[in-house]
Design a binder for this molecule. Structure first.
Ligand code: THU
Length: 128
């Protein structure tokens, strides 16, 4: 596994704050200039305020002024690779468009999708 984006997502997973679910997720978002922005899930005692790894990565990048994205990698320790949740699919669509999505686990299994495959009829600003 030589793709730095996959390695970064797996490394980011180690920072997951997941004392409630014990389900650790890492994300690594590649921007238009090839820079990598990482995220991990951050849970909360009220549960509902938990933020997924993917959204942490997107919001970190947006907060630094980045607006162009190429790919995102998502790492979790599951044999059936973990895809982004519905809320993250919406956020990814709005900020990243039809981005490439790489899923990976610590044993090096990977799968690649386009967001449109996972989220075929998104709502966005074009409807407003
Ligand atoms: N989670 C993510 O961070 N990303 C996903 O793609 C799936 C779910 C987190 C949210 C929560 O902290 C834990 O995994 C269990 O749902």
């Amino acid at each position: 596994m030589t793709d730095a984006l996959l390695t970064a997502a797996l490394a980011a997973r180690a920072n997951a704050f997941a004392p409630f679910s014990h389900f650790q997720v890492g994300a690594a978002l590649e921007d238009g200039e090839g820079r990598i922005h990482t995220g991990c899930n951050v849970e909360n005692a009220t549960y509902g305020l938990t933020v997924c790894a993917e959204r942490v990565a997107v919001f970190k990048a947006i907060s630094e002024g980045v607006r162009q994205f190429r790919r995102i990698a998502v790492a979790a320790d599951t044999d059936a690779l973990t895809p982004p949740c519905g809320a993250c699919r919406q956020i990814l669509w709005e900020f990243c468009g039809d981005i490439e999505i790489l899923l990976v686990n610590p044993r090096g299994k990977t799968e690649t999708y386009r967001l449109k495959e996972l989220f075929p009829k998104p709502f966005d600003v074009s409807y407003l």
